[in-house]
Design a protein around this ligand. Structure first.
Ligand code: COA
Length: 329
């Protein structure tokens, strides 16, 4: 766990200038998936809360990232050449080298530093924390933080337990130096059994046989569910309590969109009404690291955020990892 930030909010971090998002145009409904998976609209709606999701037909994770980033730059009235740093969260980019961050930088025509953050569904929060470090050191004045996922590329399309949950898309925020990143919590407990996505083992003539694992997403749904509900409750409570707030002070909770029932359970445990949760899982499914910035962009563009509003961004997923960030809008 990281130590709480200095009291009084005097440490230089950042404030959010604007947001953007992009989802591919191809809409895939639950009935569409039922054509080739043993599942149904009723099961997916009731157990997960997803009605439809977007899937890329030919767009890469970097192309979606660049579109979300352009929308965020426009929303912030910031020119691409003003950006000093790109931090990009993904697990589903097309290549390790160059990283999706580098490919996105090229697509945006930028020349600034670009770095990838790998922490599965919680990676957007990890990227915000990383950005805060650059701002605290005075190394950057403006930064782009992006979450982008082409989950369709890494899903096991024969596994109905995972294929119905995820979707593709990207979200981005433009940050500038400020003091509105108030606090954060991060928990990591290494675990390969519950949730994962292995890379191909390689073809070294020296390797022993039997190391190959399917290079596709796998998940123990029930164990993930329990981990997720506990994580949201514990992480939100920690930030609210140690910053002397109550949930009445929080304008919105913008959670990772993994499962409507997870959000619903967490809301009931926290005794926070559903109206305070920003939820769009019905439209996009779980877009992993992109889910929080997409939801944040929807809130922002709907005109629901006022300067000074407190927001909690709880996230959880592969690692296992869980995080939460407390922001002042
Ligand atoms: N359609 C129909 N039936 C399905 C199904 C689907 N898409 N997926 C699983 N089932 C079946 C199972 O095979 C099982 O059948 P059985 O009783 O005949 O064995 C039954 O539904 C119950 O399975 P179970 O895994 O106990 O269901 P569940 O209520 O736990 O729901 C999840 C499954 C995956 C929806 C749920 O566990 C979940 O959302 N977990 C968290 C996932 C998550 O958030 N992942 C991302 C983290 S970042």
């Amino acid at each position: 766990m990281l130590f709480p930030r200095k009291k009084g909010g005097t440490e230089m971090s950042f404030r959010v200038l604007g947001t953007g998002s992009y989802v591919p145009p191809k809409v895939v409904t639950n009935d569409d998936l039922s054509q080739f998976l043993d599942t149904s609209d009723a099961w997916i709606t009731q157990r997960v809360g997803v009605k439809e999701r977007r899937f890329s037909v030919n767009e890469t994770a970097a192309e979606m990232a660049a579109k979300a980033a352009k929308a965020a730059l426009e929303n912030s009235s910031v020119a691409p050449e003003e950006i000093d740093l790109i931090l990009l969260a993904t697990i589903s980019g097309e290549s390790q080298v160059p990283s999706t961050a580098c490919v996105t930088q090229k697509l945006l025509g930028m020349s600034c530093m670009a770095l990838e953050v790998s922490a599965a569904c919680s990676a957007f929060d990890f990227a915000l924390e990383t950005a805060a470090g650059y701002f605290a050191r005075g190394k950057v004045k403006k930064a782009l933080v992006i979450g982008t996922e082409r989950m369709s590329r890494i899903l096991d399309w024969t596994d109905r337990g995972t294929a119905v949950i995820f979707g593709d898309g990207a979200g981005a925020v433009v940050l500038e130096a400020g003091e509105n990143y108030i606090d954060s919590v991060f928990h990591v407990e290494g675990n390969e059994e519950i949730l994962g996505f292995a890379l191909p083992v390689g073809n070294s003539p020296y390797y022993e046989r039997g190391q190959e694992r399917k290079p596709l997403v796998y998940m123990d749904g029930q164990a993930t569910f329990k981990f997720a509900v506990n994580a949201i409750v514990k992480d939100c409570d920690a930030l609210v309590q140690r910053n002397g707030l109550t949930y009445a002070d929080i304008a919105y909770i913008v959670p990772h969109q993994a499962n409507m029932r997870i959000i619903d359970f967490a809301g009931r445990k926290l005794k926070v009404p559903m109206e305070k949760f920003c939820v769009n899982i019905d439209k996009y499914g779980n877009t992993s690291s992109a889910s929080i910035p997409i939801a944040l962009d929807e809130l922002n563009r709907a005109g629901k955020l006022k300067r000074g509003d407190y927001l909690l961004l709880p996230a959880f997923g592969g690692g296992l990892a869980s995080t939460c960030c407390l922001l002042k809008w």
